[in-house]
Design a protein around this ligand. Structure first.
Ligand code: FER
Length: 262
């Protein structure tokens, strides 16, 4: 990872980056179902295949995770990642990638219903590590034309999904070379547990992205992570932007992060 990540200057997100544009090629968003050995049931995810997806080519994969109030539809409903990514393709600013939108609450009833902060529901965001590694990734690799090495696999997410991306990504560097957290939540492990060996992590990781709104009440999680990474000379991109714990920050995170990966 390059030192320049420390001095990263974010380019402004252009006007209309998240607005549907006429006359450009579009990717396809679909809901899939996969067998989960972790939970013993069938689980849903959404999958975005890019414009012109064809199976003679092999694609990188970004796993994009939702927050505590969401499920596999949350990014699609609120973030319109397919619009952001279609626009980036039209401007030739993106490497070809499939984006998988999982349900990160790995429990039998994984709908965002009732009190979302009960311990079993919070625990389910940890259980997801097994579902992702042992069930969803193998399913994607069997059913889509994708590259399967760590350099072509990224994980990013918002809030609880940001915490998951850090916890899972940094704990499985043999599987992920690109990790992004947008406003990571208190499920984020303490930094000395996330990155116990900064030199080793720095050597393996291609990008560690951390961003948060300055009005976000959870910003202490990003602050403590950024402080530790800086103290240990661990290259990463840290973006503190104007905003709250909300979609403008997360969509901007997706826009910026996706341009940098692969
Ligand atoms: C918490 C506050 C917020 C917490 C999780 C969240 C597990 C998650 C917020 C989100 O995903 O938007 O104390 O504890």
């Amino acid at each position: 990872m390059s030192e320049s990540q420390q001095k990263y200057k974010m380019q402004n997100t252009p006007e209309g980056y998240d607005k549907e544009r006429e006359g450009i090629a579009r990717g396809v968003m679909q809901t899939i179902e996969y067998p989960s050995t972790t939970l013993g049931n069938t689980r849903k995810a959404m999958v975005y295949t890019p414009p012109g997806y064809f199976t003679e080519k092999e694609y990188s994969v970004l796993y994009l995770l939702h927050g505590i109030g969401g499920d596999e539809n949350e990014w699609y409903t609120h973030g319109k990642p397919q619009v952001i990514l279609d626009n980036l393709y039209a401007d030739q600013m993106l490497k070809p990638m499939i984006v998988v939108l999982p349900n990160g609450r790995a429990m039998l009833n994984d709908r965002a219903e009732g009190d979302l902060f009960t311990s079993d529901k919070v625990q389910a965001f940890e259980t997801f590590e097994s579902d992702l590694l042992h069930d969803l990734i193998p399913y994607i690799e069997e059913n889509y034309s994708v590259l399967t090495d760590r350099m072509h696999r990224a994980i990013a997410g918002l809030s609880m999904g940001g915490g998951q991306s850090l916890n899972i990504g940094l704990n499985n560097l043999d599987r992920f070379a690109w990790v992004g957290a947008f406003s990571p939540a208190p499920n984020t492990k303490m930094p000395e547990l996330l990155v116990p060996e900064p030199h080793k992590t720095a050597e393996l990781l291609s990008l560690l992205w951390l961003s948060c709104g300055d009005l976000d009440s959870l910003k202490n999680v990003s602050d403590r992570t950024h402080t530790y990474l800086s103290q240990h000379s661990m290259p990463h991109i840290w973006v503190e932007e104007n905003g709250d714990h909300d979609w403008p920050v997360w969509k901007n995170g997706l826009y910026q992060f996706s341009k940098l990966i692969f």
